[in-house]
Design a protein around this ligand. Structure first.
Ligand code: HEM
Length: 424
């Protein structure tokens, strides 16, 4: 007797899902839903890492850095490739500046040293000042392809915009943004299990290249400050604290680049994809653009760019009744929490008018809450104000590839999104 698809689904065990499986990674939400319902603290058989998928559990962990530390070294993150990571760090130490733990990889109170500086740099007034500049870049990018009636939205828009915005702020200059993207990829990829081993040392040399570039910009901004984030970083008075070392500055650069690029690209790509998958929602926005801000939040909730990030337990702990031994890696799966039905009614539905869309934790929460959140929100908002204004009848131009997303266990990045449209 043949097995019906429903029966096959029912037979699927949790261990049959893996985030390394491209199909699961492209759409991990069925897996996440089952985890929330059946096993909210799930030990992944492949890695021994614990996935936490319920909204309130993640919030409780975030409030408790003493038991769940962010202080995880590059080697610990790339445990399965420890020798390679040592080689990687040796290249940085020999030719550039090797890794030190700052900001995201530290806990309060040490974390305050870098966080106060970043908070003084990424202010609301800086984002307000940047808005006209962002709007201009948005329109320039659209101008490049609008007359063609089609474009590949990821490479022709969603990658360049955040790169160009941050390039201007980091002294790379508008035109070199593909170089910035290559550096950012090189910084992110080595610790990921999806990075081919032969690429790890190549990436290390690329990171060294970026460090020497940034070193020159730091020196330049010390002598001649400009109105950008780089100048604010090197010239801010640290009060009683010792000034930042070059190692710290390089590590902060790494976090600003990697934190701001792939994430915003993912958010912009998925925002467009959501509108194409749910045309009624696009129509709702066209009818009343006052929903646009809420649409930005709903997109971040529904297709969360950072699927999850790790913490390490500092002692034996329990989460929702499940014991977790000291020294375990715990993944706070933000993308799963953001669809938790206990927090978001009909959480699997995309609804631009959702009342509590902004309660998502796509930017984390607590001490490590994303300092780039305002900037990212502005980039997404400016994008869709302009696109809805200038494009009409937007559709997918051709079928997406079988593997829709880049392979990564913690980021959710679309490979491509070809669209066609008419102009308004
Ligand atoms: C849609 C876009 C973005 C998303 C979804 C996002 C997501 C996140 C998340 C989830 C965290 C918390 C990490 C944790 O829990 O340990 C974080 C932290 C961080 N983000 Fe973002 N981010 C975005 C855009 C940006 C931008 C534009 C920048 C800078 C230009 C940035 C820089 C950072 C930095 C430096 C941290 C570390 C903060 C700390 O540890 O105190 N992010 N981000």
């Amino acid at each position: 007797m043949s097995t019906q698809p429903d029966e096959q689904e029912a037979e699927k065990r949790l261990e049959d899902y893996s985030l390394l499986d491209p199909q699961v990674h492209a759409c991990p939400y069925e897996f996440f839903q089952r985890l929330r319902n059946e096993c909210p603290v799930y030990r992944m058989p492949e890695t021994g890492t614990y996935m936490i998928t319920r909204y309130e559990d993640i919030r409780a962990i975030k409030r408790n850095p003493a038991d769940f530390t962010s202080n995880i070294t590059v080697q610990e993150r790339g445990k399965d490739r420890i020798e390679l990571m040592k080689e990687h760090d040796a290249i940085l130490a020999k030719y550039g500046w090797d890794n030190v733990q700052t900001l995201q990889r530290t806990d309060p109170p040490q974390h305050n040293r870098w966080r106060q500086l970043i908070d003084r740099t990424f202010t609301a007034s800086r984002v307000r000042e940047l808005k006209p500049h962002i709007d201009a870049m948005v329109h320039e990018l659209i101008d490049e392809w609008i007359d063609d009636g089609e474009c590949e939205f990821v490479s022709q828009y969603a990658i360049p915009l955040p790169c160009k915005v941050i390039a201007g702020q980091l002294g790379v200059g508008d035109t070199d943004f593909w170089k910035l993207k290559a550096w950012s990829d090189a910084m992110l990829e080595p610790a990921s299990p999806t990075c081919p081993p032969e690429k790890v040392t190549e990436h290390a040399h690329s990171v060294v290249e970026s460090q020497h570039h940034f070193y020159k910009v730091f020196e330049d901004r010390r002598k001649q400050p400009q109105n950008d984030i780089m100048s604010a970083l090197v010239n801010t008075d640290m009060g009683d604290e010792p000034p930042l070392t070059m190692h710290e500055l390089q590590n902060l650069m790494n976090q600003l680049l990697t934190g701001g690029n792939e994430t915003t690209t993912s958010a912009i790509s998925h925002a467009m994809w959501n509108l194409l998958k749910f045309p009624d929602q696009m129509a709702r926005l066209r009818e009343d653009q006052s929903w646009l801000k809420n649409f930005v939040e709903e997109t971040l909730r529904f297709e969360t760019p950072v699927l999850g990030l790790a913490r390490k337990t500092t002692r034996d702990v329990e989460v929702s009744g499940t014991p977790i031994p000291e020294g375990s890696m715990v993944v706070l799966t933000y993308a799963a929490a953001n669809r938790d039905e206990d927090k978001f009614d009909d959480g699997e539905d995309f609804d631009v008018t959702r009342k509590n869309a902004g309660a998502h934790i796509a930017f984390g929460m607590g001490a490590h809450f994303c300092p780039g959140a305002m900037l990212a929100r502005q980039e997404i908002l400016s994008t869709f104000e302009a696109l809805l204004d200038r494009l009409d009848k937007i559709e997918i131009a051709r079928p997406l590839p079988d593997e829709t997303h880049q392979r990564s266990v913690f980021l959710h990045q679309m490979k491509e999104l070809p669209i066609k449209f008419t102009t308004r």
